[in-house]
Design a protein around this ligand. Structure first.
Ligand code: NAP
Ligand code: MG
Length: 409
């Protein structure tokens, strides 16, 4: 069997702990036997981020803009505890935050469904994809605590020297304040990537916020959605029979619960943070959730939405073989390979990505499950609870058969 050739390298961002262990096996045992894998490798593991003063994270993000497609392993977000554990020079910022700041994108998270993995909401028949705006609002806010009566104002000074100001509140005693912002450019990029993603995946698009209360701030998001839809996307949506609609977030929450799924739900940064965890939990396991960051310039970064699975890693380090589910990490790789194949006109690479995903799903359908899934399914769907190694071996066996069968045809 000939190995599949690639044209442009993927940006490969290695990571930490248990997902780093899975990363190597996925790469060496599932991909490299079939693909002459070309990557530009960036080690975002915490020790190497520390050695490079976090320059490697910036380099990886810039490489993503240059090459267009990246695949990222989960990484530790450093805190004081991790600083002690790894003897870090500094508490480095969240790599995902750094990458988002460079790419300025939208994070799309979608569950991977299995027929016997019933969502907690019985009516959901199709996946719900959460599109989270990844810039600003509470995540770039400034906060102030005061301890005497007084007045707070919101003031903006333009480069022209003109100022605009508003009274936030007159307080009679101790109080707390928060100043949030977003930019029109980032909102527009978010809106466009949501419409484009909905078109690419042929799904309806919902957007919800609270513009009845937040008339200017949330109103601005709604206005840009309406404007982009009317000017650019309505024709394309109509051609595919798709719908865009806006509704208030509280109404949206109850509609989502009563829906059958099968749409993209666009949300502001905080709403998306909260709702994506709710959707992930209701669909089953964190390990069955994919995540892709799409930038306005078209570059994309694929990853799993879970973390480095620290608790499993500590057991691994103690010599055990934890039952870690590699599905979302495998799907990050297949997402990136498929995209690269599409961009470079390599149909065999696209088809390989499909076969690897199918091998993964087939393993689980055959009842070979990691612990996170075993507890969610009816006993008849679980034939064997496996550790990470056995699970990846079972996937490798099924993939080998698919590749062999395809080669003979
Ligand atoms: P986590 O790694 O997502 O794991 C939380 C728990 O969820 C695990 O202990 C495990 O539960 C379960 N789980 C998650 N992924 C699983 C998988 N693939 N297979 C089986 N079970 C899985 O979150 P965390 O423990 O809060 O964070 C660990 C580290 O990851 C932190 O340093 C954090 O900064 C980082 N993090 C990184 C990213 C990212 O890079 N995108 C995202 C989130 C967190 P049981 O232990 O009950 O089996
Ligand atoms: Mg969160």
């Amino acid at each position: 069997m000939e190995t599949l050739q690639m044209k442009t390298p993927l940006v490969e961002m290695d990571g930490d702990e248990m997902t780093r262990v899975l990363w190597r096996i996925i790469r060496d045992e599932l991909i490299c036997p079939y693909v002459d894998l070309k990557t530009e490798y960036y080690d975002l593991g915490l020790p190497h981020r520390d050695e490079t003063g976090d320059q490697v994270t910036l380099d990886a993000a810039n490489a993503t803009r240059r090459l267009g497609v990246a695949v990222k392993c989960a990484t530790i977000t450093a805190n004081r505890h991790r600083q002690e554990e790894y003897g870090l020079k500094e508490i480095w910022p969240s790599p995902n935050g750094t990458i988002r700041a460079v790419l300025d994108g939208t994070a799309f998270r979608a569950p991977i469904l299995l027929p016997f993995l019933r969502p907690a909401v019985p009516g959901w028949e199709k996946p719900i994809t959460v599109a989270r705006h990844a810039y600003g609002d509470m995540y770039k806010a400034v906060e102030l605590v005061t301890n005497e009566p007084g007045v707070a104002t919101l003031e903006f000074t333009g480069e022209s020297g003109r100022t605009q100001s508003l009274t936030v509140a007159k307080t009679k005693g101790p109080a707390v304040f928060q100043g949030q912002h977003n930019t029109e450019g980032s909102i527009r990029a978010f809106v466009r990537s949501c419409f484009q993603y909905a078109l690419d995946t042929k799904q309806d698009l919902w957007f919800s916020a609270k513009d009845t209360i937040s008339k200017e701030y949330d109103g601005e998001f709604r206005r840009v959605f309406d404007e982009e839809f009317a000017n650019t996307y309505k024709v394309k949506f109509d051609a595919l029979g798709l719908q865009y609609f806006y509704t208030l977030i509280d109404d949206a929450v109850s509609r989502v619960m009563r829906s059958k799924g099968g749409f993209v739900w666009a949300l502001k940064n905080y709403d998306g943070d909260v709702m994506s965890d709710m959707i992930a939990a209701a669909f089953g396991s964190l390990a069955m959730m994919t995540s892709v960051l799409m930038a306005p310039d078209g570059s994309v970064e694929f990853e799993a939405s879970h973390g480095t699975v620290t608790r499993h890693f500590y057991r691994y380090r103690a010599g055990e073989k934890p039952s870690t589910n590699a599905t979302a990490t495998i799907f990050a790789w297949t997402g990136a390979l498929r995209r690269r194949g599409e961009l470079d006109g390599l149909p065999d690479l696209v088809s390989f990505a499909g076969k690897l995903e199918a091998a993964c799903l087939e393993t689980m359908r055959d009842g070979i499950l990691t612990g996170d899934l075993a507890v969610l399914v009816e006993p008849e769907h679980c034939r064997q609870i496996v550790n990470y190694e056995e699970s990846l071996e079972a996937i490798a066996t099924r993939l080998a058969k698919k590749m062999h069968d395809a080669d003979r045809r």
